[in-house]
Design a protein around this ligand. Structure first.
Ligand code: SPD
Length: 297
């Protein structure tokens, strides 16, 4: 294998060796990824948007300096956000996605043929960017069973008259425009817009690095929903690599009521999700438990 210096000029060699992306957590720990090139950078009315091409993770969508998706590991997040509630629910027909501008969640939701979905994304430029630079992720925007609205998700839900079987929050972190999507008034509107037996899942940050955030989200949800469960997944490019999701319902227990046969019957295949993992992802590590009970961290 020739070394880079045998194959490329001095200046591009410098680029090759020096282009790195680092996402820091509280300026004391971070993830650093070697970058081939910056493909796109822009400022939308809501945030800075970058698309980088990396050696290890392929293309990466970065919003306000934080990695949202990479081509290599996005399947973990999107499959776990979509399929856990869609297989926990006995017969999902109407799905609402708040956020999700890159389209990965919509792509996974639309694989369930019985489902019609509405996606409400505040930042149209994220959708346009994904369609152009992440063609394997932003694949479902034109699906005839999908409706894509460019609106503030919080406002949409505050005035929404429709009811849904599954509501998913595929938000960025709880800072800036997405902050309201982690707060109680929004969660109350989610509960109001769910059908009886409906299921709500929100991404809920890292149990390692964002303990107070996870606790805060759990506290709000437990005041609103009778059934609240945390589940986790390993997502290498998110802070700490260990991520949580919060699942809520008025009456559906995602493990006790889960019917493995529905997964088989669906004929769907996955890269991360499967029936055993559906049950297993609700088993939490000891540091998230007290006397064997999930304490919302
Ligand atoms: N710190 C990263 C949190 C990102 C959560 N949402 C990602 C959106 C992917 N569709």
């Amino acid at each position: 294998m020739p070394s880079p210096s045998e194959r490329i000029s001095e200046s591009s060699m410098t680029d090759l060796w020096n282009l790195w992306f680092t996402e820091l957590h509280r300026r004391r720990v971070g993830l650093t990824i070697k970058i081939k090139q910056l493909l796109y950078t822009a400022k939308s009315p809501y945030q800075r948007i970058d698309v980088l091409d990396s050696y290890e993770f392929g293309r990466m969508l970065v919003l306000y300096g934080s990695i949202m998706v990479t081509e290599k590991d996005e399947f973990v997040y999107h499959e776990m956000l979509a399929h856990v509630p869609l297989f926990a629910h006995p017969n999902p027909k109407r799905v609402l996605i708040i956020g999700g501008g890159d389209g990965g969640t919509l792509r996974e939701v639309m694989r369930h043929k019985s489902v019609r979905a509405t996606m409400v994304e505040i930042d149209e430029m994220v959708v346009q960017t994904s369609q152009k630079y992440l063609p394997s992720i932003g694949t479902a925007f034109k699906n005839p069973r999908a409706q894509v609205l460019f609106e503030d998700g919080e406002r949409y839900l505050a005035t929404c008259k429709e009811k849904f079987d599954v509501i998913l929050v595929d938000a960025s972190d709880p800072v800036g425009p997405a902050e309201v999507l982690f707060q109680k008034p929004f969660h109350k509107n989610v509960a109001r817009c769910l059908n009886p037996g409906g299921i709500f899942v929100t991404q809920s940050e890292s149990p390692f690095f964002h303990q107070k955030t996870v606790q805060g989200i759990q506290r709000n949800l437990r005041e609103i929903f009778p059934m609240v469960r945390l589940y986790t997944a390993n997502i290498p490019t998110y802070p700490s690599g260990f991520w949580s999701f919060s699942l809520c319902s008025d009456k559906v227990d995602p493990v006790a009521h889960f019917k493995e046969s529905r997964v088989k019957k669906s004929g769907l295949t996955f890269k991360y999700y499967n029936a055993a993992l559906h049950r297993g992802c609700f088993a939490l590590p000891s540091f998230m438990l007290e006397d064997g009970e999930d304490i919302g961290l």
